[in-house]
Design a protein around this ligand. Structure first.
Ligand code: ADP
Ligand code: MG
Length: 248
């Protein structure tokens, strides 16, 4: 009876964790003989933990990451061109508050996207809003946002993100009109959003990719202010670690 009343009070106070676990918490407390103070503290702690977990799940969903991996199983022996120490410093996330752009350049398969995604996961864990998009999808979003509810929603997520993860600049050629839309977005986000960018092209090749030298200079000018460039080298992880069906 009293339990039911307590549950109703928990509902009124939006204490969902307490509402769902009240009976367990009470019987555990009785068995373990904890003090009133300790009991109340644990109830509040569990409530907060559940809320944080829910918020994390929401942010993770909105981030549109291609997969969910942190640095715990990242092989630093394989990727030697970035040290564990630097990654640890990046995981402190000061670059986000300082609106830095981290640019990872290098050939395919060496872990650019993986590092970007893992930085995104670490940023989500620290409470930042993250959004991942490939360059190809970004161009579609910019082109069709006015005609499509879905693309408009994604466009808003880009504008509202604190960290934009932009993958694969330069893999596919883009038209002049698309390059212009891209420049407009970069200008709009300039000084407002921290970014991580990956590309298999060097900066000098970006001019060719963006089609117009003046436009490329303007894009690079904006991106290179407060930016850290990581030139990754090495072999493709995919090729080296590929699995075989036959052992011979
Ligand atoms: P890139 O974006 O440079 O083409 P990816 O980040 O997609 O390469 O890496 C290719 C695959 O290899 C992915 O599955 C990624 O998780 C894995 N990978 C790459 N580098 C590492 C690493 N140092 N440790 C663990 N996995 C890695
Ligand atoms: Mg990649």
């Amino acid at each position: 009876m009293l339990n039911q009343e307590l549950k109703e009070l928990a509902i009124q106070l939006n204490l969902n964790n307490l509402r769902d676990n009240l009976d367990d918490y009470l019987s555990n407390a009785e068995q373990s003989n904890v003090s009133y103070c300790e009991f109340l503290k644990n109830v509040f702690k569990m409530e907060i933990e559940e809320r944080e977990a829910k918020k994390y799940k929401m942010r993770l969903k909105k981030a549109s990451l291609p997969y969910h991996k942190d640095f715990s199983d990242f092989d630093f022996n394989f990727q030697k061109s970035i040290s564990k120490k630097k990654i640890n410093i990046l995981c402190e996330m000061q670059w986000i508050d300082r609106l830095f752009k981290l640019i990872f350049l290098g050939p395919p398969g060496i872990g650019k996207t993986r590092i970007m995604v893992s930085l995104g996961v670490e940023a989500l864990k620290k409470g930042y809003d993250v959004f991942f998009v490939s360059m190809t999808d970004l161009i579609d979003i910019l082109k069709y946002r006015k005609d499509s509810y879905k693309y408009n929603l994604l466009y808003k997520r880009i504008l509202n993100a604190q960290v934009l993860l932009l993958d694969e600049i330069g893999y596919l050629p883009i038209s002049k009109e698309e390059a212009n839309l891209f420049f407009q977005l970069i200008s709009k986000l300039d000084e407002k959003v921290a970014m991580v960018i990956t590309s298999n092209k060097t900066f000098s090749e970006w001019t060719e990719f963006l089609g117009d030298p003046a436009l490329a200079t303007a894009v690079l000018d904006r991106l290179s202010f407060r930016c850290e460039i990581f030139n990754l080298t090495g072999n493709s992880y995919r090729l080296e670690k590929r699995e075989h069906l036959f052992n011979e």
